[in-house]
Design a protein around this ligand. Structure first.
Ligand code: SAM
Length: 217
């Protein structure tokens, strides 16, 4: 594949847009659903929790989140206008029932008051954070005391073998993510890496190692 094509894939993963972006949103949701469910399950969601997700893509997993407990409220933040629209459309029933709320933001400043959320999670977005320490302190700010934040990402050793990650991506190993977290006020309560089989772009099954780090305020 040519460099321009690899760069185009990286750009779509970072910021889905246009016709190709809808396809990319569907593909990401399907390929990453196990990582997303794992992140949600590690949040220990309980009834009436207010939950924030950063970078939800098409948010096809929000129904699964609502199955975790009663009377939940879900808030989704995106930088991609297309993913924001897709997520609202796919979850239109939850939106009209005022259970799910979607907004756009700049990727740096979280547009909510201090101590707004019981739980926060994000899956496959850390590679694109412009100012990782600042975003983590924003996440800390909007989390309630004793609240949990779940950070889920694919391991650098796996990601660096994908040719498009040389563009746009900042890759993280568990150690590198932990070092970043240590610069913040968060406590790490749990770290788990597991391997799953996923279909590669060329159709064969490959082993993907991914990590979830559970943090507490
Ligand atoms: C690779 S996709 C992952 C989508 C979904 N979480 C998944 O795992 O399938 C990355 C998504 O995060 C969004 N994104 C990129 N940088 C972000 C940031 N700083 N904060 C929130 N979302 C971001 C992109 O618009 C894109 O929809």
């Amino acid at each position: 594949m040519k460099n321009e094509e690899l760069q185009a894939i990286a750009s779509q993963l970072k910021h889905p847009s246009g016709e190709k972006g809808i396809e990319m949103g569907n593909m990401m949701n399907e390929t990453n659903i196990n990582m997303t469910k794992h992140s949600i399950q590690n949040l220990n969601i309980s009834k009436e929790n207010k939950i924030l997700e950063l970078g939800h893509g098409n948010a096809g997993h929000v129904e699964f989140l609502f199955e975790q407990a009663e009377n939940l409220k879900y808030y989704g933040l995106e930088m991609s206008e297309l993913m924001f629209q897709e997520a609202r459309q796919i979850n239109r029933n939850f939106v009209s029932q005022k259970q799910a709320f979607f907004s756009l933001y700049d990727g740096n400043k979280i547009p909510f008051e201090d101590e707004s959320f019981d739980k926060i999670f994000t899956v496959n977005t850390i590679y694109f954070w412009q100012k990782p320490e600042e975003l983590l302190s924003e996440i800390y700010r909007v989390l309630k005391p004793n609240g949990n934040f779940c950070l889920t990402f694919a391991e650098e050793d796996f990601m660096k073998k994908l040719p498009f990650t040389q563009f746009e991506f900042e890759l993280y190993s568990t150690e590198k993510a932990q070092q970043l977290i240590e610069k913040t006020a968060f406590q790490i309560v749990y770290t788990e890496t597991q391997t799953e089989k996923v279909k590669s772009k060329t159709g064969e099954l490959v082993d993907r190692a991914f990590t979830t780090i559970v943090l507490e305020k």
